[in-house]
Write a protein that binds this ligand. Structure first.
Ligand code: F6P
Length: 324
């Protein structure tokens, strides 16, 4: 592969607040370095169907504060087939795009890895997902905003839960990971959290805790359930049946994916976008960018996708210790 003269950017999988900040940073860093930039619409789908547009600095102005993704996103079936990927490669050649920056979760970055291997296309992945379930980065783009959105909603829910002496069972997103659930449980002062990473026992983890909490005089209860555990309504029904406490289920759902990104997501996404272009300029290909604390890091895509990260056990203890 010769020197890179033009870069294509796409966002893929579930959208996440901060994706626009990343698109802006990649575009502006590339232009700063004298490279051409192409926005590819609807993730890999736009690469296959040729929804590709050259971006100038102005195309990414006034977007850093916006949630969602101006490039749109999709989960693309065609790109999972060799024919679809061949078509995508043809379109890259047609526009003379030398390299790709892919902003998305593990499914999207797995697509990048396969494409890079098959067609020798230099790719850089940026972790864009609210779930925070990617190895090699402390935080993914969108994670901070999603947690803040959930906490804001639960603060509101607490007002009505407390006024009615009720129990609220709140389901938060995260796919099979409990990062959002655990942090949100601590930050919202929940009485209990159910995580996909930990086996759950109704008696021990909820009913006994409610009984303990009642001894302190408390009459309202907030329980956070990660979507990987699920069944918020059934859990609420069972609590009501076994304790007599009026219980409600609230599924926060896609509201957690929207909204203006927090400062942390904007800064992380901007730094990661900048770093993607630096890596391509340095001839370092097929890597995933991350943040460790406030430092930018990068890993080979193979390593990042094969490793898994896990919840901090200390945070689990923090949550259990101060919840009653
Ligand atoms: O990966 C982000 C995420 O929001 C998960 O938390 C959730 O499980 C999933 O996407 C929902 O996907 P969809 O928007 O396709 O329903």
């Amino acid at each position: 592969m010769g020197t890179i003269k033009s870069i294509g950017i796409l966002t893929s999988g579930g959208d996440a607040p901060g994706m626009n900040a990343a698109i802006r940073a990649v575009t502006r860093s590339a232009i700063y370095n004298g490279l051409k930039v192409y926005g590819i619409y609807r993730g890999y789908k736009g690469l296959v169907t040729d929804e590709i547009q050259e971006f100038k600095s102005q195309n990414v102005s006034n977007i850093i504060q916006m949630g969602g993704t101006i490039l749109k996103t999709a989960r693309c079936k065609e790109f999972t087939t060799p024919e679809g990927r061949a078509q995508a490669y043809e379109n890259m050649k047609k526009h003379e795009i030398d390299a790709l920056v892919i902003i998305g979760g593990d499914g999207s970055l797995t697509g990048a890895r396969i494409f890079a291997q098959e067609f020798d296309v230099p790719c850089i992945g940026l972790p864009g997902t609210i779930d925070n379930d990617l190895y090699g980065t402390d935080t993914t783009i969108g994670y901070d905003t999603a947690m803040n959105t959930a906490v804001e909603a639960i603060d509101k829910l607490r007002d009505t839960t407390q006024s009615h002496d009720r129990c609220s069972v709140v389901e938060v997103m995260g796919r099979n990971a409990g990062y959002i659930a655990l942090n949100v449980a601590i930050a919202s002062g929940a009485m209990a959290v159910l995580l996909p990473e930990k086996e759950f026992d109704m008696q021990r983890d909820i009913l006994d805790k409610i009984a303990e909490t009642q001894k302190t005089g408390k009459r309202h209860f907030i329980i956070i359930v990660a979507e990987g555990v699920g069944h918020a309504q059934e859990i609420a029904n069972e609590i009501q049946a076994r304790t007599g406490i009026d219980s409600r289920a609230t599924i926060l759902g896609h509201v957690q994916r929207g909204g203006s990104p927090t400062l942390r997501d904007r800064v992380n996404a901007s730094a990661m976008g900048y770093q993607a272009v630096c890596l391509l300029e340095q001839g370092k290909y097929n890597r995933i960018v991350g943040m460790k604390g406030e430092k930018l890091v990068d890993y080979p895509v193979d390593e990042a996708l094969e490793m898994t990260k896990s919840l901090d056990p200390v945070l689990v203890d923090v949550c259990n210790t101060i919840s009653i």
